[in-house]
Design a protein around this ligand. Structure first.
Ligand SMILES: NC(=O)c1ccc[n+]([C@@H]2O[C@H](COP(=O)([O-])OP(=O)(O)OC[C@H]3O[C@@H](n4cnc5c(N)ncnc54)[C@H](O)[C@@H]3O)[C@@H](O)[C@H]2O)c1
Length: 519
């Protein structure tokens, strides 16, 4: 099987009325609440211990999920372990074909899946549609990547010797996912594990169990055997139970820094009698900065900064949190930014006119409001106090300036619609401030000087640097994505190298000089 070359799934053009009508109809047709079981092999246990609600209207229950127990985490791993030899021995072409069929399953349900992400995670329509497209992209991209990987790597050959390097799957992969890309991220990590012949147990975020269910349904509908992919809805303790299980060969995690670091520590403890080191693929948070130089085109910079900081209410790991503006344009930038942000519409995710949806849950709203208050106490908030809808976890978008260098607002990942702007004397000073951060996920630069651009590229520690554009919206195959330093283990989701984290290389060297024949 040689699939067509990879291309990104085209997003919907929401400016077309027909598209909006189709999506609104899919939202109306959604049957809620979705029942989300613990799903291990062919066994499904329904439950309602975990309640997932709509952040735009918290009285609306989106999913009722079973909460996996430690025993179920253990059963899921042992089922996945039992299924591993068969799935590992399945030809790479057949595994890829299953993933491509799963992509087809999702493609046929694009509107319905986007509607679910709108309801469950308050993703505005454009973001929800892009999330479905990215999930499809991951399936398509990793299916092709695994076929390439299965061909092995050419080695130097000399007479009398044959050298072969091939990649073998590692075993059971525990996939622990966040809620902010509720379809794309769990699908990406799971598809990478499965494409390369591992079996997987998916622990979706407690805020997005229904989307997690759809990920597993897509894979099973595509033909991934029931034993090879389990669904384990639950909270952090379910993830921790999975991570502690010594039959887990790989932990694929995307989420916050503290949890990622805990998983790295757990994995580093090698149990007596263990037969494998647990590998951790961790994608964590950041504190993403955008430098705006004195020669930047502010007409270009302002909308891109607004999109980077306030799209999906600042809840993308790639979202801009700090702007470091050259002192020559700082005041003009702040004035225009404040005006642009004051015009943003805060509202429910299902309203096509919404710019800033609610944040995901009450605790997130409280956190963001706490930091907004701190920003007002320690610096100056330049955006007007916008009224927000009463119901739902809304936060008004905030731009703050004049914060002291040691402010927690400049240090912590707030994960909400709060942007700070600092004045710097030079791009060099901005680079120093960025270099002082322990995290390095995304970064941005607005400059019209190619020498400045190159200087920032050379000095920038981040995993993804965006020049003269927004810092969000990485596309599979175009912008392999992932952070450095404490933002991640340096993996690049949606890139060629990503699959290497899910396999172990094996080299076979054979003496091909025959000394007689065995008859
Ligand atoms: N670098 C990236 O590519 C990337 C992408 C998306 C999100 N993120 C980060 O994710 C965070 C937001 O997501 P979140 O709020 O879901 O993160 P989170 O760390 O709270 O949760 C992520 C997952 O880990 C589970 N979990 C929680 N405690 C655990 C524990 N002790 N052991 C094992 N699992 C545990 C959760 O239940 C969830 O499934 C932000 O920090 C964001 O920057 C990073």
């Amino acid at each position: 099987m040689t699939p067509e070359p990879f291309r990104n799934e085209p997003v919907r053009e929401l400016r077309r009325a027909g598209e909006r009508v189709r999506l609104a109809a899919a939202l109306d047709a959604l049957e809620l609440p979705v029942r989300v079981p613990v799903w291990i092999g062919d066994e499904r246990r329904d439950g309602d211990e975990l309640v997932s609600t709509d952040p735009s209207a918290p009285q609306r229950v989106v999913a009722l999920a079973a909460r996996a127990t430690p025993e179920e985490a253990e059963a899921a791993v042992s089922t996945a372990r039992a299924a591993f030899p068969d799935w590992a021995a399945t030809p790479a072409e057949d595994r890829a074909a299953a993933l491509l069929r799963a992509a087809g399953w999702m493609r046929a349900r694009r509107a319905e899946l986007a509607a679910l992400a709108v309801r469950e995670c308050a993703k505005p329509w454009a973001e929800a549609d892009a999330d479905v497209c990215e999930a499809i992209d991951f399936l398509e991209f990793y299916a092709r990547g695994a076929l390439e990987l299965a061909a092995g790597t050419p080695l130097l050959q000399v007479p009398g010797e044959r050298n072969d390097l091939h990649y073998a799957p590692r075993g059971v992969c525990a996939v622990i996912a966040p809620w902010n890309f509720p379809l794309a991220i769990p699908m990406g990590m799971t598809a990478a594990a499965l494409a390369t012949g591992n079996t997987a147990v998916l622990k979706p975020a407690e805020q997005a169990p229904a989307c997690g269910l759809r990920v597993v349904e897509a894979l099973r509908a595509g033909g991934v055997p029931a034993g090879a992919i389990a669904l384990l809805p639950g909270e952090g303790d379910a993830g921790a139970a999975l991570a502690r299980n010594h039959d887990v060969a790989t932990i694929a995690f995307t989420g916050s820094g503290p949890v990622g670091l805990e998983l790295l520590r757990t994995a580093a403890e090698v149990a007596p009698g263990a037969r494998q080191l647990t590998r951790v693929v961790a994608e964590m948070g950041g504190k993403n900065c955008i430098i705006v130089d004195s020669d930047a085109d502010l007409d270009e910079a302002i909308p891109a900064i607004v999109e980077s900081a306030f799209g999906y209410a600042g809840q993308k790991c790639s979202a801009a949190a700090r702007v470091l503006a050259h002192e020559a344009i700082h005041d003009a930038l702040v004035e225009r930014l404040a005006g642009a942000v004051a015009g943003l519409q805060v509202g429910p995710a299902d309203d096509f006119a919404t710019d800033v949806p609610p944040v995901v849950e009450r605790a997130a709203q409280e956190r963001v409001r706490r930091y907004a208050q701190l920003a007002a106490d320690e610096g100056t908030v330049v955006t007007p106090a916008q009224p927000v809808p009463g119901e739902g976890w809304y936060c008004a978008p905030v731009v703050a300036i004049g914060l002291p260098p040691d402010s927690a607002v400049l240090r912590d990942e707030i994960f909400g619609p709060l942007l700070s702007v600092e004045s710097v004397r030079s791009v060099e000073e901005a680079c120093d401030r960025i270099d002082a951060l322990p995290v390095a996920l995304t970064g941005g630069l607005f400059s019209r000087n190619p020498r400045t651009v190159q200087r920032v590229i050379d000095r920038s520690p981040v995993g993804n640097l965006y020049v003269n554009r927004s810092t969000t919206g990485a596309m599979v195959g175009r912008q392999p994505f992932g952070g450095n330093r404490l933002s991640g283990t340096g993996t690049k989701a949606g890139g060629r190298d990503y699959l290497l984290h899910f396999v172990e290389p094996r080299v076979v060297t054979e003496n091909t000089v025959r000394h007689g024949l065995v008859v």
